[in-house]
Design a protein around this ligand. Structure first.
Ligand SMILES: NC(=O)c1ccc[n+]([C@@H]2O[C@H](COP(=O)([O-])OP(=O)(O)OC[C@H]3O[C@@H](n4cnc5c(N)ncnc54)[C@H](OP(=O)(O)O)[C@@H]3O)[C@@H](O)[C@H]2O)c1
Length: 253
């Protein structure tokens, strides 16, 4: 009896660790976007499935008993594919998605936009933006070759950045002190980010707020209607409810 976790998030890794600790057969699936991903315990596969059809075939071949879609809140395509594949194969599916930052005490002061192009328009008059919207959104900001953009990414981007831009390569979590230091040391005048949610990367929003730096934030994309949980503990309880999955003893992650 196998559980497939569609991963790429800290929550997915945490869930895999607990379920493996309970003696379950867990396959974590990663897209393969970063060069050296943090690997969860259990089996790991890397790379796309070939759309919803490919994922449905995979579920059949691996005799997957349940799927937890624990991908990032902005990874909308794989979520849509997992819903279709689960429907086609009658595999139980749940979505594990950390709450967003709409509930943050300062969220009312941020400029909420729908996508990268709208974020660029909202910050058109700033000269030193800090861009933490991820590699895939970079083309939206390339017209800003004339300003001193600071970009933070996990890996070096495949396409070269405009000459005036600077790159910080790092992976969260980030502390309030280090985020505040980045904002002041680089003279940042606007923070552009996306509603990833959670605690690992929230410090930049607190630091920007305290420094009076405006925030432009890309809202989460629309998602298919799938039963939706917010915490790893809820996802474990859901897995316990799936017919046939046998939990052994106490989990030692
Ligand atoms: N988007 C973000 O901001 C972000 C941030 C942090 C981490 N991530 C992680 O990075 C991965 C890719 O994100 P994305 O925004 O490019 O996704 P996406 O747009 O939803 O997916 C594009 C394609 O990538 C493949 N894919 C995505 N996630 C996969 C997974 N976990 N396992 C196997 N294949 C996967 C699928 O290819 P096929 O159609 O060929 O199956 C999917 O159709 C996700 O797993 C996500 O959790 C994303």
């Amino acid at each position: 009896m196998t559980i497939l976790i569609l991963g790429g998030t800290a929550e997915a890794r945490e869930l895999a660790a607990v379920l493996v600790g309970y003696g379950l057969d867990v396959i974590s699936s990663l897209a393969g976007r970063v060069n050296s991903p943090n690997l969860p315990p259990g089996r790991v596969r890397i790379g796309g499935f070939g759309g919803a059809h490919g994922l449905a075939d995979y579920l059949r071949r691996q005799q997957v008993s349940a799927v937890v879609d624990a991908t990032h809140p902005f990874a909308a395509t794989i979520s849509a594919n997992s819903l279709q594949a689960a429907d086609r194969t009658s595999t139980p599916l749940v979505r594990l998605e950390r709450p967003g930052w709409r509930g943050h005490p300062r969220s009312g002061s941020w400029t909420w936009v729908a996508d990268g192009a709208a974020a660029r328009a909202a910050a058109e008059f700033e000269r030193r933006p800090f861009l933490t919207t991820g590699r895939q959104s970079l083309p939206d900001f390339h017209p800003w070759a004339d300003r001193d953009v600071l970009v933070r990414l996990v890996d070096v981007p495949t396409d070269p950045l405009p000459q005036r831009w600077s790159l910080i390569r790092s992976r969260g979590p980030y502390s309030y002190t280090s985020e505040r230091h980045i904002l002041t040391a680089h003279g940042i005048d606007v923070l552009i980010t996306k509603d990833s949610g959670g605690t690992h990367t929230v410090a930049k929003l607190d630091a920007a707020g305290d420094l009076g730096i405006p925030v432009v934030i890309i809202a989460r994309p629309e998602r298919p209607q799938v039963p939706h949980l917010e915490t790893v503990a809820e996802a474990i309880a859901w897995c316990r409810s799936v017919d046939g999955l046998r939990f052994v003893g106490r989990s030692i992650p």
